[in-house]
Design a protein around this ligand. Structure first.
Ligand code: SIN
Length: 318
């Protein structure tokens, strides 16, 4: 039986459901030596801001049990250089591109949307309203429903109907479903779940916070159950809204778990640091698993964990 492995995030179509996670592969240049970038669903680029930005002081990374903390602080070349250099290079590779954007104000997000609106080759915008590595926690728009709505509303008005919007949300909230409802209501076509969780490591030698920025974002397998829970809750509340799932995916089985919870696509991030081929390997493993479970399309597996177990299968598993 052939498997239709394609997926959609709102109006954007992708031939396969595995994506890079923003921030873990920059614009894909380092990964291109390991596999053709066009062979996965899309490259989600590192969140870009209006101006070039040096990021936070070092150290910026710390290993933690089953995970890592990063405190990069949205380092990047700024939108002009990104449009001039990174996008054309990705287009040349034949890669599909989801551009992640981040701003310090609602206006900055709208400015980025305006700059990107008519750039050819972009499949969707990921609007990162959840970066935890900012001086001012008030700037984590995704922690507040009113700010979340304001950003997405500004981006949607600027874009008109030009590009799909995927709003990237934070798990550091009491009720992620209410934030998802706000961004969808404001014009997001889908949501990316989840960004990192705010954490801290203290160096017991220096007896001070290890990271230059003191706090950082926790990623890796340690956060996967949090991501699966968030995906499950949002899919249950908003079953028609596509979800790009992420958080500690290391293999095809982990990706399948997110698909079953309700994700239409899965981003691979931290695993790439240990294995640059992680995304393509996870994609093959996922394909084999989806087929082995008897699905004829990836789409029919999305959200399968929400279905009631019928009495026959319940009996069989007793
Ligand atoms: C960073 O650059 O600090 C990470 C970005 C993010 O987690 O959104």
């Amino acid at each position: 039986m052939t498997l239709d492995f394609s997926t959609t995030l709102g109006p954007a179509w992708f031939p396969a459901p595995i994506f890079t996670a923003s921030g873990c592969a920059s614009s894909g240049k380092e990964l291109a030596q390991f596999f053709p970038l066009k062979s996965i669903g899309a490259i989600v680029t590192k969140s870009i801001m209006v101006k070039a930005r040096p990021g936070r002081p070092t150290p910026r990374m710390a290993e933690t049990p089953s995970g890592m903390l990063n405190s990069i602080g949205l380092q990047g070349p700024g939108i002009d250089s990104f449009i001039a250099n990174d996008i054309p290079w990705l287009v040349e590779q034949g890669a599909r591109i989801i551009v992640s954007i981040a701003g310090e104000t609602v206006d900055e997000y709208a400015t980025l949307a305006r700059r990107l609106r008519s750039v050819p080759g972009i499949s969707a915008l990921e609007v990162n309203i959840s970066c935890p590595n900012v001086e001012n926690r008030g700037m984590v728009f995704a922690c507040d429903p009113v700010s979340s709505r304001a950003v997405i509303d500004g981006v949607r008005r600027t874009l008109g109907g030009d590009l799909p919007i995927i709003a990237k949300l934070s798990p550091d909230v009491t009720d992620i479903v209410s934030i998802a409802r706000e961004v969808v209501d404001a014009g997001a076509d889908g949501v990316a779940l989840i960004n990192t969780l705010l954490g801290m490591v203290i160096n017991t030698e220096t007896m001070r916070p290890h990271l230059g920025g003191k706090t950082g974002g926790l990623s890796g397998p340690a956060i996967r159950p949090v991501a699966v829970r968030a995906i499950y809750q949002v899919h249950q509340a908003l079953p028609k809204i596509p979800i790009l799932g992420m958080g500690g995916v290391r293999n095809g089985r982990d990706a399948f778990e997110m698909i079953l919870a309700g994700a239409s696509g899965v981003s691979v991030g931290t695993a790439t640091f240990g294995n640059p081929k992680a995304a393509i390997e996870i994609q093959s493993e996922l394909k084999a698993l989806v087929s082995a479970k008897g699905f004829t399309s990836l789409k029919s597996a999305v959200g399968f964990a929400h279905r009631e177990i019928d009495s026959e299968s319940a009996k069989e598993s007793m």
